[in-house]
Ligand binder design. Sequence first.
Ligand code: ADP
Ligand code: MG
Length: 416
Amino acid sequence: MPTEPVLDGQRPTRADYEAATRERWISAGAEITTMLLQGADEEDVLEHIVNVAMEIGSADTAALILPGLQGELTAEIVHGNGAGNLLGLVMPREGMSWNALRTGEGHLVDSLAAKPDLHTEALRAYGPALYAPMGTAEQPVGVLLLMRSVGGHVFDAADLRRAQSFAKQAALALVLADARQAQAQARLVEERERIARDLHDLAIQQLFATGMQLEVVRRRAGRGLDKAGLIAIVDEALTSVDSSVREIRSVVRSLRDPDAASGVVERLRRESSLARTGLGFAPSLLITLDGRSVGDDAEDEELFDSVIVGALADDVVAVVREGLANAARHAQASSVSARISLSTQGGGVTVEVEDDGIGLGNVSGRKSGTWNLAARARQHAGESVVRDAPSGHGTLLHWHAPVTLDPAQGAPSPRP
Ligand SMILES: Nc1ncnc2c1ncn2[C@@H]1O[C@H](COP(=O)(O)OP(=O)(O)O)[C@@H](O)[C@H]1O
Ligand SMILES: [Mg+2]
């Protein structure tokens, strides 16, 4: 009598096979999550779900049945035997797909071909079937349908359990991906509002003021008066046009590249723009590199961004934020200026936030804000003071950190 070649303990047992299948379902589920986290296209993920389910479930045909626009359930993605006949099939309300979706419970059919009360004739071409709902009864996503040919091995309870938990995990990943997309959408709307505000408050106001200056020039020129005065006004208008161009350029940059990790200069501009709400007016922001105003020259901005990076960049931004917040909360000021200057000749980076408000008065004891500023300075062997402004009115926050420049960074050329 022929016997199977058995080496005791080496032939895979039924239990080994089950364990391996379970393992495969679990890692397939994890893979779906990873795909979605990495930002894969949802359509690709759905295709992938159907493919792996068909393979691991040893099915001849697999279909993903999803709710359509009119609330109907349609076989949206079908792979395997007879896929063409099933694609686009609308599932009847009283059928098994709907039942699985409504209840959140899957079920097995020994043979669709032999099922007396089958509602969908196209399914009669198949034998054993497994319906696994994706999602829960409260948050249904769809139904995963696995089928084998007529006469094929029937699916068992363990198959159902595993396919079902895979389908649930895939559904959860899809729901989370949707939520993330909605969040990204909300951020986009917020970002647009900020851009509109920036354009209105900074660029448009400035252009409006320039228009008025030119109006004055025209009136005076019409009367043939005061050549020197006219030149002065025109000069002023030109400066103001330059600065409008800069504002608009920075808004455009943030439009073009909203997701790119921003350089510190861009982050400071945002900080200043955001502070407007608390202050009730726009603070003035001056960022300088070796005394030159950054923004006049793209290379200066690049150099600034390449020197102030990492923890130092975070600290500089945080110091400006705290200074502006203090001015908004305590100063009752009518103007505030934030100045950030970087000296590449060993001077380091200095942040000053100055307001023309009521001044410090007799503040007793340090509070967390000033304490944090000092701590941030100490980390870079720097210093931080908050004191009365030298003008006699208001408060000056002075924060400084030495910066050791990489010799290669002295010039704005990248290191080899
Ligand atoms: N720009 C400012 N104008 C007036 N007072 C200020 C200013 N900045 C700080 N102060 C005073 O110093 C105190 C300490 O500031 P801070 O440590 O930032 O604490 P907080 O802002 O949480 O009150 C404030 O409570 C306020 O009385
Ligand atoms: Mg504070």
